[in-house]
Design a protein around this ligand. Structure first.
Ligand code: PLP
Length: 376
């Protein structure tokens, strides 16, 4: 199989598995136990925290481990709203992941927060004037993703941070898709909170991290042993954390060579556009992640194309993975206001640093050889 669905999840390489194994086989103590096996596990967790801090441009004491991106986002959003702050407004964008947008709609119903969703244009760019107008003195939090999961469009988060902080609001950045693909720096972004998820950059599934800027606190989602600064109780999954750190180090070290991935993505896009008459690239005018190609095959039902590609050995997605099965265009494509015949045909090809040129050439030849049903 040629796997071009790396924004959905990634494979775990041997180096990451090897970093995990000792914590299953020998160093399996509870990191909060006082005996030596516990202390070794604890050291493993703290070394991993320091490695994650290097990836995120923050202090190790500002990193807490979570289970995934969805949990990190929930912890920030609920954790702030549950503190019953005087400010009751949350500002976000129309292209956030469902783990942000669906939760915010639930908080609007259940906790009477005021929610304002700032639109994007047909290129996926956030309307910054609308963002400035939306943030007011009642705004508790602005939550904006750094890189969009379907299009790869990179948002001007540092600019949004200035707008938020000018009105005394906090900024949360969902960097789940950005981590390991572009440099991240909590200070340069001006982020008060950053969510990331390991399985998007070759760590195992079931581990993520949240940064919480020094001095800030969140109400926990649940209570227990008080691990992770009391904000995320539960015994830390030490093997997964060790794998997460190894994946973070490998990603950070490989970042200077990410241009290779971008060159392959560009080749994929230009080769498909040259062969398929009615196709276009979503978000192409914007700064984008180097690994993501959202290609709209005009007049074609994307889910049929995805199935046809799969039958020919190529794994891709129609919109976000979590929307699969739906016959509607994805929320992101709708938010971009693309015409229906373009939005319905949007297929996401997402590469990783393990993708080879031979795989791209083969994927292009499969796409160009397909007999695809045209929508009416
Ligand atoms: N945020 C973004 C931008 C994502 O793309 C995803 C997953 O697709 C998530 C959050 C959720 O991450 P997880 O699958 O780790 O819960």
């Amino acid at each position: 199989m040629i796997y071009l669905d790396n924004n959905a999840t990634t494979r775990v390489p041997d180096e990451v598995l090897s970093a995990m194994t000792p914590f299953y086989r020998e160093l399996y103590g509870n990191p909060h136990a006082i005996h030596s096996l516990g202390r070794r596990a604890h050291d493993g967790v703290e070394e991993a925290r320091a490695e994650l801090a290097r990836l995120l441009g923050c202090n190790a004491s500002e990193v807490i481990f979570t289970s995934c991106g969805t949990e990190g986002n929930a912890l920030v959003l609920r954790g702030l709203v549950d503190q019953q702050p005087r400010r009751r407004k949350v500002v976000t964008t129309a292209v956030e992941h469902p783990s942000v947008l669906t939760l915010l709609r639930a908080l609007e119903r259940e906790r009477a927060i005021e929610l304002e969703i700032v639109p994007v244009d047909t290129h996926g760019a956030i309307d910054l004037d609308r963002m400035r107008d939306a943030i007011d003195d009642d705004t508790l939090l602005v939550t904006v993703m750094l890189a969009q999961n379907e299009t790869g469009v990179i948002h001007p988060v540092a600019r949004v941070a200035e707008l938020a902080h000018a009105r005394g609001a906090l900024l949360h950045v969902d960097a789940v898709q950005a981590a390991g693909k572009i440099p991240l720096d909590q200070r340069e972004l001006g982020a008060d909170f950053i969510t990331i998820s390991g399985h998007k950059f070759h760590a195992p599934k079931g581990i993520g991290a949240l940064t919480i800027r020094k001095g800030l606190k969140l109400q926990p989602l649940w209570y227990g042993g008080g691990q992770e600064l009391g904000m995320r109780s539960g015994t830390e999954p030490v093997p997964a954390i060790a794998g997460f750190a190894a994946a973070a180090r490998l990603a950070r070290e490989a970042l200077p060579d990410y241009g290779r991935v971008r060159a392959l993505r560009d080749k994929l896009e230009s080769s498909i556009l040259a062969r398929v008459k009615e196709a276009s690239v979503n978000g192409v005018t914007q700064p984008r992640l180097g690994n993501t190609a959202s290609i709209a095959f005009h007049g074609i039902a994307a889910d049929e194309l995805v199935r046809a590609l799969d039958a020919n050995g190529v794994c891709v997605s129609a919109g976000a993975a979590c929307h699969s099965g739906s016959v509607e265009p994805s929320g992101t494509m709708k938010a971009m206001g693309l015409p229906l015949h373009v939005a319905m045909g949007a297929v996401r090809f997402s590469l990783s640093r393990y993708t080879t040129e031979a795989e791209i050439d083969e994927a292009v030849s499969v796409v160009s050889g397909l007999q695809i049903n045209i929508m009416h």
